[in-house]
Design a protein around this ligand. Structure first.
Ligand code: SAH
Ligand code: DHB
Ligand code: MG
Length: 225
């Protein structure tokens, strides 16, 4: 990508986000405090956050599962799609990230709807399954990419028919197309996409995007009835 191309992508994202996905005080403050705490700048872009919110609304989602909370920025967009009796559970490995996220969610007035569970998601998942939770309507997978196939497998166990699974960062500057990649993240994401492609109860696709997060993309997978 040339620098004039990436400037153009940024300008277009800024135009769309300002017009269609403007941040209010809670979202702005969430990013400001995440930055102050030294969290990496890898949250979804505002227009992507709004897409997640719209998808959750289209789903009529009452129960949302998220992998990878970071400072709770995507969590805020998603939780705002929930009704009063809704629930969002978000898995986060880093205690420090979870603490920042909880403050951000509290300020956004969403604490009653959201629970951040700290630890490796693969350790938190069996406990969640043991609680026999009401099936989830929507899953956003955005944590350690090496485990993406495991996360899709768990998502299939924990969702209702008709649920939607969104997998972030499936392009990574085009590296996803390298079948011989030894990058664990690329391998994990390719394995997740292969599961989506081959699973009899799933229908999915993937779309590449350009914008403030460079050349990347997302996959959508619907759990069939
Ligand atoms: N969804 C966020 C960004 C998440 S960044 C947003 O768009 O705002 C990825 C997060 O996944 C990081 O906070 C990282 O600490 C967390 N993570 C990494 N490995 C994990 C694991 N094994 N289990 C749960 N979270 C993990
Ligand atoms: C990274 C992770 C993300 O979830 C993302 O959206 C962008 C980058 C990363 O780990 O580099
Ligand atoms: Mg991401």
């Amino acid at each position: 990508m040339s620098s004039s191309e990436s400037k153009l992508w940024n300008d277009v994202d800024a135009y769309f986000s300002t017009l269609l996905a403007p941040e209010d005080e809670a979202l702005t403050a969430a990013l400001r405090d995440s930055d102050a705490a030294g969290l990496p700048h890898i949250n979804v872009a505002p227009n992507q956050g709004k897409l997640l919110q719209l998808l959750a609304q289209v789903q009529g989602a009452r129960r949302i599962l998220e992998f990878g909370t970071l400072g709770g920025y995507s969590t805020i967009w998603l939780a705002r799609a929930l009704p009063e009796d809704g629930r969002l559970i978000s898995f986060e490995y880093e205690v420090r990230h979870a603490e920042v996220a909880r403050r951000n969610l509290d300020r956004a007035g969403l604490s009653r709807l959201v629970e951040v569970r700290v630890g490796p998601a693969l350790e938190s998942l069996p406990k969640l399954a043991d609680e026999n939770p009401e099936p989830f309507d929507f899953v956003f997978i955005d944590a350690d990419k090496a485990n993406n196939r495991n996360y899709v497998e768990w998502a299939l166990k924990l969702t209702r028919p008709g649920a939607l699974i969104v997998l972030d960062n499936v392009v990574r500057g085009g590296r996803i197309a390298d079948a011989g990649s030894d990058d664990p993240g690329i391998r994990g994401t390719r394995a997740a996409l292969e599961l989506i492609a081959s699973h009899p109860r799933v229908s999915g696709t993937a779309v590449q995007t350009v914008g403030s997060k460079g050349h990347d993309g997302f996959a959508l997978a619907r759990v069939l009835d």
